[in-house]
Design a protein around this ligand. Structure first.
Ligand SMILES: Cc1cc2nc3c(=O)[nH]c(=O)nc-3n(C[C@H](O)[C@H](O)[C@H](O)COP(=O)(O)OP(=O)(O)OC[C@H]3O[C@@H](n4cnc5c(N)ncnc54)[C@H](O)[C@@H]3O)c2cc1C
Length: 506
């Protein structure tokens, strides 16, 4: 007999658990006639991972959809505007080794192929600066919009930098107070399954057993349900993406009015890279590195020297160390259990794709809340196929940042070894010797990174091959138009700090 799915139980109250709860609830619980229920159970003892400060522009739609105002979000989450990522020292570490991956598509895209136009006419110049105003605006620490621009709209495309702990707090309050999500604080100790393998109840240490029709594993790296109970496999991606550790720290601004960067800075070091994210009241920094290439002691020394070189004195006692295994679960949805967030997988945070994956997975579930258990085999197959493809694509895109580098330490040289490059990427790199990355290269309907992103990285890394295609537009004209737009925007846009400062509510 078919069993209706009315009650969804989410285990875990980090960013993934609360985002998923809010996305599901905003779509399904607000109708007074709804017989659906969402319960979120969260351990009072097990800490959330507490990092995850960079987001994609998708977050604007998500926040709007769940009913949080942009002003409240900026104010409560110590957040700032992010317009892309700046890569320093990735090509070879020489002076001026610096390129940008902005969120806005290149000017004229997709009517013109900017890669072709640039290779024909402007190879010596900076690709992103020729085709986008955002690297120029970010150099001036400008915001992507004006004080009067409506919430969640931008004069340029943007996402956010945010404080992960404060973000989970805001989502919790909003989900419980405004979206009718039931919140239980307890440690889930046992997970009970019936003869068909479906979960039907959770035993906790301090609350009554929690029953449900469908369960979402948001327990982070613990993967309490999807791995410990359902036995989902884990595909390691460590052969391609070597990073498996992070040293993390917060840093006060020198002065209350210090500029807030409008981009994530990503600086290459000997065995990985350092992120530098400007929030409203502090900066978040972290060295993501490979433990197969350097020890924690060496990494810490290098991180501290890097910070001291740019910041003066630095107290290394405040640095926190995190371990992770690079990889993903090819079947994050098994029977009536789905994994969302770190329990489903994690690869290093270059390009900040993890929270975006949570948004995408939660929206899939919200759009296709299974009416009954009979539809689950079809939905789970569809979900697992889509998300496995996404993981593979993320791995390829991140590897593209590494495999063209000419840096000379073991870590970087190992990254260029053909045995570490997935066939799917190696094929594309061969193709891009003769053609620029273009739409036909990415036939999958739900791409996370647009073709333009591949061009920004490929040509930012100065992967220059004479191209046989011809373009109808001369990129010098585009560059002149971009510079003229920058001049116009300079007179209009406030600084990132001034705009977020105007969004203070208690
Ligand atoms: C170094 C690093 C940097 C990152 N940077 C970025 C970034 O810039 N951008 C980005 O998008 N992502 C980033 N991420 C990923 C991001 O941190 C995660 O996507 C996000 O925090 C979601 O985590 P989570 O909620 O899945 O897990 P967690 O935050 O670990 O939450 C797990 C929850 O499960 C609960 N729990 C665990 N076991 C039990 C149990 N038995 N019973 C009850 N509750 C339980 C815990 O109490 C906690 O509430 C980064 C990750 C790392 C490691």
């Amino acid at each position: 007999m078919e069993k209706p799915i009315e009650k969804i139980v989410i285990v875990g109250g980090g960013t993934a658990g609360w985002l998923c709860a809010a996305i599901l609830a905003s779509k399904h619980l607000l109708d007074p006639g709804s017989n659906k229920k969402i319960v979120l159970v969260e351990s009072p003892d097990i800490q959330s991972v507490g990092v995850g400060e960079g987001t994609w522009p998708t977050m604007r739609r998500t926040l709007n959809q769940i009913g949080i105002s942009e002003q409240e979000f900026l104010s409560k989450c110590n957040a700032s505007f992010k317009q892309g990522t700046r890569f320093l020292g990735w090509r070879d570490g020489s002076q001026g080794d610096d390129f940008f991956h902005p969120f806005s598509l290149p000017v004229g895209f997709p009517k013109i192929n900017p890669g072709t136009a640039w290779l024909e006419n402007s190879m010596g110049t900076d690709f992103a600066k020729v085709f986008s105003v955002q690297p120029h605006l970010c150099e001036l620490n400008l915001a992507p919009k004006h004080f009067k621009t409506p919430e969640y709209n931008g004069m340029q495309n943007y996402g956010y930098h945010l404080d992960a702990g404060k973000f989970a707090d805001l989502l919790r309050r909003h989900s419980v107070q405004k979206l009718n999500v039931q919140h239980i604080q307890a440690n889930v100790e046992q997970v009970h399954r019936n003869e068909s393998g479906n979960i039907f109840a959770l035993t906790t240490d301090s609350a009554a057993d929690i029953t449900g029709d469908f369960f979402v594993d948001c327990t982070g790296f613990h993967a309490k349900l999807i791995s410990q109970t359902m036995g989902a496999e884990f595909n390691s991606t460590g052969r391609t993406l070597f990073a498996d550790r992070a040293l993390v720290v917060s840093k006060e601004y020198e002065r209350p009015d210090s500029p807030v960067a409008s981009q994530t800075n990503s600086v290459a070091l000997s065995a990985g890279w350092v992120w530098d994210i400007g929030l409203k009241d502090r900066r978040g920094l972290g060295y993501v590195y490979s433990s197969s290439h350097i020890s924690e002691e060496v990494a810490l020394n290098e991180f501290v020297s890097h910070l001291c070189a740019s910041e003066g004195d630095f107290d290394e006692g405040t640095v926190r160390s995190l371990k992770f295994e690079s990889g993903y679960r090819p079947t994050p949805w098994i029977n009536n259990c789905i994994a969302i967030g770190l329990s489903a997988g994690f690869v290093e945070p270059l390009e900040a794709s993890s929270i975006m994956m949570t948004e995408l997975a939660s929206n899939f579930l919200a759009d296709r809340w299974p009416v009954s258990d009979s539809i689950i085999p079809i939905l789970s197959k569809q979900f697992n196929d889509i998300f496995s493809s996404r993981w593979l694509r993320i791995v390829d895109f991140l590897k593209l940042h590494y495999c063209l580098s000419k840096r000379q330490t073991d870590f970087w040289m190992d990254n260029t070894s053909s045995s570490s490059i997935p066939d799917s990427l190696a094929e594309k790199l061969e193709l891009w010797k003769f053609h620029t990355p273009w739409r036909d290269d990415f036939t999958y309907a739900q791409e996370m990174f647009p073709t333009a992103s591949y061009q920004y990285i490929l040509y930012g890394m100065k992967n220059l091959n004479p191209i046989t295609e011809s373009s109808c537009v001369v990129s010098q004209n585009t560059h002149a138009a971009v510079l003229s737009k920058v001049n116009q925007l300079k007179g209009v846009l406030p600084s990132n700090r001034d705009l977020i400062g105007s969004c203070s509510i208690l």
